[in-house]
Design a protein around this ligand. Structure first.
Ligand SMILES: [Zn+2]
Length: 303
């Protein structure tokens, strides 16, 4: 079955092989290590394919000077257009009018919808966020905006309670501690990953937006960053446990670097990882060099 699960990680690049500065080297990540056959997620790692897995480093700068940003990076992933080259700069965090126009004109979700494929965003958003989005006081990210262009309803707390969505921190703990939803069922990281794998079976494309990796890249200490990577690894373990190769393709990627270099609180110009697991991984991997290659590679995978 040709299904796609995209685990989108905001602000995750391939950094130095240095446990003092790169939480991906310092953290204990049994699941990522297993996927990578013991290789590390670092800048010196070359692309490889084996068994049911491929790794490709993807260029997030795409020939444009400056530091990559979320709006242009995400819009590029969703459209297959080199958006920073098109508008002449990297831009973020939220998409400008010009970037929105590009995303509205065409994106992978629209192409899939026009071929009767179903697409879903797995994130559950708190009511305050949805209200701000609706009133225009908050702008959607490029990824959220792309889902808006195909009329996707963003999931809420009720969807989370009903097991139809996932909290941004995977477990739901943040909704209890920061938003006061005391009755939110808390999932373990493993259960959250399994839920994502299960939800992915209900649509042709399911995307989960993990934005906390970028927030921790900007604000977190090395200790918090290591913990974030280890939590991510545990959630990935859950996804893999709930996924067999015939279920389709898992894509784990990012819009720009940040978390992998704790010597800076800014984004980096590092390449970003593209991890591909399952059906069709090596042919998709063979077509990816930079972020603009992801959408066309996934479209040809579906065809
Ligand atoms: Zn950022």
């Amino acid at each position: 079955m040709r299904r796609i699960l995209i685990l989108f990680l905001d602000g995750v690049g391939l950094g130095l092989n240095d446990a003092a500065t790169n939480p991906f080297v310092a953290a204990n990540t049994p699941n990522l290590s297993m996927l990578m056959s013991g290789q590390k997620l670092v800048s010196e790692q070359c692309a490889f394919s084996e068994n049911n897995f491929s790794f490709v480093p993807a260029d997030a700068c795409m020939g444009v000077a400056g530091i990559p940003q979320s709006a242009t990076g995400q819009a590029t992933i969703m459209t297959g257009v080199n958006v920073p080259a098109y508008i002449g700069k990297h831009w973020g965090p939220k998409p400008s009018v010009e970037i929105r126009a590009l995303v509205r004109r065409d994106n992978i979700l629209q192409q899939m919808r026009s071929n009767n494929y179903t697409v879903r965003l797995a994130n559950a958003y708190p009511p305050s966020f949805l209200k701000q989005l609706q009133s225009g006081r908050r702008s959607p990210s490029s990824i959220q905006f792309a889902f808006e262009t195909v009329g996707t309803r963003l999931c809420n707390i009720e969807d989370l309670r009903g097991g139809r969505a996932l909290a941004a921190d995977f477990t739901g703990e943040g909704l209890r501690s920061h938003f006061g939803f005391e009755d939110i069922p808390i999932l373990s990281l493993n259960e959250a990953g399994k839920r994502l794998a299960l939800l992915a079976q209900e649509s042709d494309l399911l995307l989960f937006d993990c934005w906390q990796t970028d927030v921790v890249g900007h604000r977190g200490t090395m200790g918090v960053a290591i913990n974030t990577v280890e939590r991510l690894d545990a959630a990935i373990g859950g996804i893999l446990a709930g996924w067999c190769e015939a279920d389709g393709l898992i894509v784990i990627t990012s819009d720009h670097g940040n978390l992998e270099d704790k010597t800076t609180r800014r984004h980096t110009c590092n390449k970003v990882p593209v991890l591909l697991f399952g059906d069709g991984h090596s042919s998709v991997a063979a077509n990816i060099n930079d972020l603009s290659d992801i959408a066309p590679a996934l479209i040809s995978y579906l065809e």
